[in-house]
Design a protein around this ligand. Structure first.
Ligand code: ADP
Ligand code: MG
Length: 305
């Protein structure tokens, strides 16, 4: 007989940051060292993404977007902080786990259309490749390739090689390749960067389609405002940190018409730091010291005058 049943419950632990999220980055740091020069590509980035979400990541060139995606893709390893995708801890993973992670938990689409495909392989063959590597039986592979190329609107490209496809078709085949092993997360780093506006819109629509139809969580880096305007959440990165988020929802007006409401939020990090946009700082001449006051339901920041 045990007497432990009558012991009081232990006090609840503080909820772990992003415990229920599919993707969690906490205080993520990536430092690149080239010779004596150190570049802090990520400087304490926090991010959570829920299962089934489609999130756009925006930010100036050099802000750390590709670094973030390579870390989430398991291609690059962070210097410090925490990064978890599903049950994979991206800092403490063994080599074997990393291989399995890259093969089956995430799919990755790169900006350079050419680098996503193999010059001498047809679309059908290149979609088959990751499944063969994972040991999927041939019969299943054939069915899945067909289904994926169909879902991405490139069934007619099945027997074509990259040079026989347009840039947009190549990127849609690349999405099919990335989804071959049914990953939970699809990462795309400026997948439309080399495409014209119309083709970009098609590729982006393909991403939205697989997000809705397959429930795959999508994180897409883009600098196209038109593209980021179509997702429910856009995360902005500035200097290696998440600085703001825009959330969009569809509202129904009184006349029955629907319209999208976009609201911008500043992101507060785990230590309570918030970045004040440059325009605000310049308008009110906020410099190093500001006056902070707690009101009943908000906080004010005033210049130190
Ligand atoms: P983005 O994708 O937002 O343009 P990156 O993540 O590519 O930004 O780069 C962030 C910063 O890290 C930049 O200053 C870039 O020069 C630097 N950087 C990226 N990759 C490397 C690398 N392999 N070696 C050294 N510096 C790098
Ligand atoms: Mg980049």
């Amino acid at each position: 007989m045990t007497t432990q049943l009558s012991l009081p419950e232990p006090p609840p632990k503080a909820a772990e940051f992003g415990r229920d999220s599919l993707i969690v980055c906490e205080n993520l740091v990536r430092i690149y060292q080239t010779g004596s020069i150190e570049v802090q590509a990520l400087q304490g980035l926090d991010l959570t993404v829920e299962s089934g979400e489609m999130v756009a990541v925006v930010g100036a060139s050099g802000s750390g977007k590709s670094t973030l995606l390579s870390i989430l893709a398991g291609i690059d390893a962070p210097t410090a902080g925490r990064a978890r995708v599903a049950d994979a801890d991206l800092l403490g993973m063994s080599r074997t786990d990393r291989v399995r992670y890259r093969r089956s938990t995430v799919g990755f689409v790169r900006q350079q259309t050419a680098s996503n495909l193999v010059p001498y392989l047809t679309a059908r063959q290149v979609v088959d490749l990751p499944m063969a590597a994972a040991g999927t039986p041939a019969r299943k592979r054939g069915a899945r390739s067909g289904e994926l190329l169909e879902a991405l609107g490139v069934a007619d490209c099945a027997d074509r090689r990259p040079t026989q496809m347009s840039g947009g078709q190549q990127q849609r085949v690349a999405i099919a390749v990335a989804l071959a092993n049914q990953p939970r997360v699809l990462l795309a780093d400026e997948p439309t960067g080399e495409l014209d506006t119309t083709t970009s819109a098609q590729v982006f629509e393909a991403l939205r389609h697989v997000n809705r139809e397959f429930g795959v969580t999508v994180v897409v880096v883009t600098h196209d405002a038109e593209v980021s305007g179509q997702v429910e959440r856009t995360v902005a990165i500035r200097d290696g940190r998440t600085s703001s988020e825009v959330l969009r929802r569809t509202a129904t007006a009184e006349d029955g018409g629907t319209h999208v409401i976009a609201e911008e939020y500043a992101v507060m990090d785990r230590a309570g730091r918030v970045q004040i946009p440059r325009e605000y700082r310049e308008t009110l001449e906020l410099t190093r010291r500001v006056r902070l006051a707690l009101e009943s339901d908000h906080v004010t920041i005033r210049p130190d005058a």
